[in-house]
Design a protein around this ligand. Structure first.
Ligand code: HEC
Length: 128
């Protein structure tokens, strides 16, 4: 199989998985993945670190949490109509600077798809 075809199939699988985020992912496993984010992010409402609190982030417009000084890249991403739904978060976490060039989130990304889906499920559970 050519690389291109493999990439297309890989993308389709990722999209399908994204649509099933709530069903297929594991909140407990996601809490463990979140340890990688904790240096910079709190899961507690209103608690700012190097990055904004991720409490309630699912459904948030990027770059809009009051009191956090976002990069123009992130506020611009939100102003362009993006929303942090499960699929957008999962895509962002592959490689943050690919989806939001020049974001000041200096994190290479999560290479494992299950890790991405699980951490998004964990984030989604915070304000249940
Ligand atoms: C080295 C610090 C650092 C790490 C590690 C990090 N982030 Fe971030 N994150 C940031 C910063 C800083 C921002 C603000 C980005 C901007 O304004 O461009 C941010 C922004 C975000 C946003 C956008 C929030 C909003 O209100 O729009 C999400 C979502 C996010 N990070 C998720 C994560 C997740 C999930 C992880 C772990 C897998 C993670 N980050 C790891 C520093 C980090």
């Amino acid at each position: 199989m050519s690389r291109t075809i493999k990439m297309i199939i890989g993308g389709a699988v990722a999209l399908t998985a994204g649509a099933n985020v709530a069903l297929a992912s594991d909140v407990t496993a996601g809490a463990a993945v979140f340890k990688k984010c904790k240096v910079c992010h709190s899961a507690v409402e209103g608690q700012k670190k190097v990055g904004p609190s991720l409490y309630g982030v699912v459904g948030r417009t990027p770059g809009t949490l009051a009191g956090f000084n976002y990069s123009p890249a992130m506020t611009g991403f939100g102003a362009g109509g993006a929303v942090w739904d499960a699929a957008t978060l999962a895509e962002y976490l592959i490689a943050p600077r690919t989806l939001v060039p020049k974001t000041k989130m200096i994190f290479p990304g999560l290479s494992d798809e299950a890790d991405r889906l699980n951490v998004v499920a964990y984030l989604d559970s915070l304000d249940d």
